[in-house]
Design a protein around this ligand. Structure first.
Ligand code: TPP
Ligand code: SF4
Ligand code: MG
Length: 306
């Protein structure tokens, strides 16, 4: 039995599309993410009413609008805490965060370590175009050194961070990278991320043809290398996963270096809810707070006249 609800009669991928047409530029990598997600939902037989997709702000964060599920379009960088709250309130829901490299690793980065180390059973999909697309071309934490943007006319002098190494070090129990130009690989990785019981992080290399003229589909086409199939990487090997992750941006500096895609790390271990249940079992079930109890807390916090 899966840890998520499943339909008896599967729906087609198209049944998970909303009637809102994507507003993305022609050729944007994010189209593939919607296609892969709807295919993954269909193959996993997820009931649309049991999925909640949470996003921040960015071109990528518009993805949930184009799919049929519950969704919350939150503030810039705040998808994770909202997703965590939803999962805590109703662990029965399949909670998916749709975000971007700026949303997750710039303004929202403070939430990442805590969401990952708690191992809540949610899936985070980051559309990494190595640029801020929505605000028209500013560099992001994953931009290559020297990339020109509207606010960096001499090229950025910052070093890029590795989304994979970052999330591995924070304790995410499923960490993968895939690519918009390989929809089959992406669908499989998204399926595995959802099936994984625990915090899943998936970085999707998703080119922005409008503003990032360097990291394009043409650039990635010959460079991606499957670490599991082509390099024999075993996802249970955490040390090797970290080593691979530290080299995932080598191609920024060495034109012959490959771009690794695949499952870097996967570990089945207790989730946040498993630990909550263990505490309940040890100390006895705690009564759910009544509306009267909650009101008494609210009253206690009201300012009092001196
Ligand atoms: C508090 C706040 N600061 C800044 C912005 C402006 N803003 C909107 S999206 C964005 C960057 C988005 O980049 P990314 O997450 O990479 O998404 P992309 O558009 O590239 O998919 C910024 C800085 C905002 N909306 N809210
Ligand atoms: S600006 Fe870039 S990321 Fe945004 S929709 Fe256009 S191609 Fe996609
Ligand atoms: Mg971006």
């Amino acid at each position: 039995m899966e840890h998520f609800r499943q339909l008896e009669v599967p729906l087609k991928p198209a049944d998970y599309r909303s009637d809102i047409e994507p507003t993305w530029c022609p050729g944007c990598g994010d189209f593939s993410v919607v296609a892969a997600c709807t295919k993954a939902f269909s193959e996993l037989k997820l009931p649309p009413e049991n999925i909640v997709q949470v996003s921040g702000i960015g071109c990528s964060s518009r993805a949930p609008l184009f799919m049929k599920s519950y969704s919350v379009h939150t503030l810039h960088g705040r998808a994770l805490p909202v997703a965590v709250g939803i999962k805590l309130a109703n662990p029965d829901l399949t909670v998916i965060v749709q975000t971007g490299d700026g949303d997750l690793f710039s303004i929202g980065s403070g939430h990442n370590p805590h969401a990952a180390r708690r191992n809540l059973d949610i899936t985070v999909i980051c559309m990494d175009n190595q640029i801020y697309g929505l605000t028209k071309n500013q560099v992001s934490p994953t931009s290559r050194e020297g990339l020109y943007g509207s606010l960096t006319p001499y090229g950025t002098i910052d070093k890029p961070l590795s989304p994979i190494a970052t999330m591995l070090s924070f304790g995410a129990t499923f960490v993968a990278q895939t690519y918009s130009g390989n929809p089959k690989h992406m669908t499989e990785v998204i399926k595995q991320g959802i099936v994984h019981r625990g915090f899943s992080f998936i970085n999707v290399i998703s080119p922005c043809p409008t503003f990032n003229k360097i990291d394009t589909f043409k650039y990635y086409k010959s460079r991606t290398k499957d670490i599991n199939k082509d390099m024999g990487h075993d996802p249970s090997d955490y040390a090797k996963a970290l080593e691979l992750a530290f080299h995932d941006h080598d191609h920024y500096y060495d034109p012959n270096a490959p771009v690794p895609i695949g499952i870097f790390y996967k570990k089945e271990t207790e989730t946040y809810h498993d630990r909550v249940n263990a505490v309940k079992a040890r100390y006895g079930a705690v009564d759910e707070p009544t509306p009267e109890l909650i009101q008494s807390f609210v009253d206690a916090c009201k300012p009092k006249a001196i």
